[in-house]
Every structure is written in structure tokens, then in C-alpha cells.
Design a protein around this ligand. Sequence first.
Ligand SMILES: C[S@@+](CC[C@H](N)C(=O)[O-])C[C@H]1O[C@@H](n2cnc3c(N)ncnc32)[C@H](O)[C@@H]1O
Length: 241
Amino acid sequence: MTVSPASTPTPPATYLERRAWLEEYFDRTAADAWAALTSDAEVSGVRARVRAGRERMRATLADWLPTDLAGARVLDAGCGPGQLTTDLAARGATVVAVDLSRTLVELARERLPVALRPQVTFVAGDMLSAALGDFDYVVAMDSLIHYRLAETVVALGRLAPRTRTAMLVTRIPRTPVLGTLLGVGRLFPRRDRSPSVEPVRPAAWNAAVARALPFWQVNREHRISAGFYTSEAVELLRCDA
Ligand SMILES: C[S@@+](CC[C@H](N)C(=O)[O-])C[C@H]1O[C@@H](n2cnc3c(N)ncnc32)[C@H](O)[C@@H]1O
């Protein structure tokens, strides 16, 4: 495996500050909300639309992976309550499910069907930890959306040398409409506000990633817009194999 010197940068201080804030947020403030959002529980209209959009996103990411994942090692980077973890394991993958929030990792562990337990290792910690090992695929659904572009690029640079085939990630596109929605975010009921996300211009994201990861290419992009949930799936393929 080729590892370029630029591919193992140290996360900037802002990444560490953001990570600490996210750990607190997802472990305490929002753990119950995320448990509800990712279950069949009745939720508000705003959250129901977000839930529907996220289901489409999860299906898109799953579609971009081989149907049969037997023998593949997959990192669910920022697994949250573990919906994708279960999907991946059900398709035969050996999964490392990592999240900053111990509470959500425990929830994901409880929700995983017993028959799939031997295939999944749960870790409370940072997705960038080298101790997690190497992977065929890394999937980061709605986890890197909370970091600035520079931090996301560093994160991908840390994951890339440990990923053999593809990294599937999501990003929030900065569009005029979304800018308006974010601007009026204060109009949402407090209970429906999400933690701050970092919208990005897709072209800027692609250019920054191309500069930082010369052995990777953006292969597919797909936008999902569902009410207040607007997100893009991006497939990054390793191209030095
Ligand atoms: C919006 S939730 C999405 C959870 C899950 N991927 C899903 O789509 O249901 C984002 C998750 O990413 C996790 N996260 C953010 N930064 C992380 C990091 N550096 N390492 C591990 N987990 C992280 C958060 O703790 C949170 O649970």
C-alpha cells in the first residue's frame, strides 16, 4: 500500500476542540434524541422528514458497497446508534463500529441482533485512531459533516492509508437554499435543532480532497434533499492499486 507523506498529518487543534464538543453533545445533550430519531418511535414532523432523508442516504451508501461483504473489513466511522453497522454486518462484513459517544456505542451494541455480534467490534473513541487497524471500506455517514473542510481533509488523509478500496462519506452542500435554511435555523423549535454542521461547496471539497489525496478519486456523488435534510454522498476510490 502506498502512503504519501501528506497522508498522515496531525489533526489541527480545531479538530480536537470540535471533537471534544461533539463528544459532549452526542454523549449527553442529544443521545436520547438520536436514539429516537434512529428508531420507530413517533417524532415531530421536522424530525420525521430528517429520518426519511437519512434512510435514503443510508440506502445510497449501502448500494455503493458490494452486496456480499463476506471477508471485508469495514469501519463505520462515527457509528452513532449503529443502523449502518447492522446493515453492514448483515451483509457479511467484519465491522469496527467507532464513535466518540459511549452512550451511543452502548445503544448500538444493544440494538445489534445477537446473531451478528461475533462480526462487530464496538469502540468508544476517535475514528482516526490507528489502533483500529486497516479496512477494505470506510463509511462515515453524517459524522464528518460536523468538521470544517480543512479538518475533514486531514481526517480523510489519516483514514486513506488504512483503507484498501473505498471511503464513502457524506457532506452538507452549501447551496443558496441551504444557506437560507441555516440562516433561519433559529426559527426551528429548539428540540429540532441539530448540532452545527459545516456546509461546504462541493467543488471546493473535491478540489481540496484531490490536492490532499493524490491516489484517490471522487467516483460518485449523490445529493439527497428531504425537507430539512440535505446531504450528499461521496464515494472516494483508491486508484493506486
Ligand atoms: C450525526 S451522528 C451520525 C451517526 C451515524 N453515522 C448515523 O448516520 O446514524 C454523528 C456521529 O459522529 C460521531 N463522531 C463525530 N466525530 C467523530 C470522531 N472523530 N470519531 C468518532 N466518532 C465521531 C458523533 O459522536 C456522532 O455520534
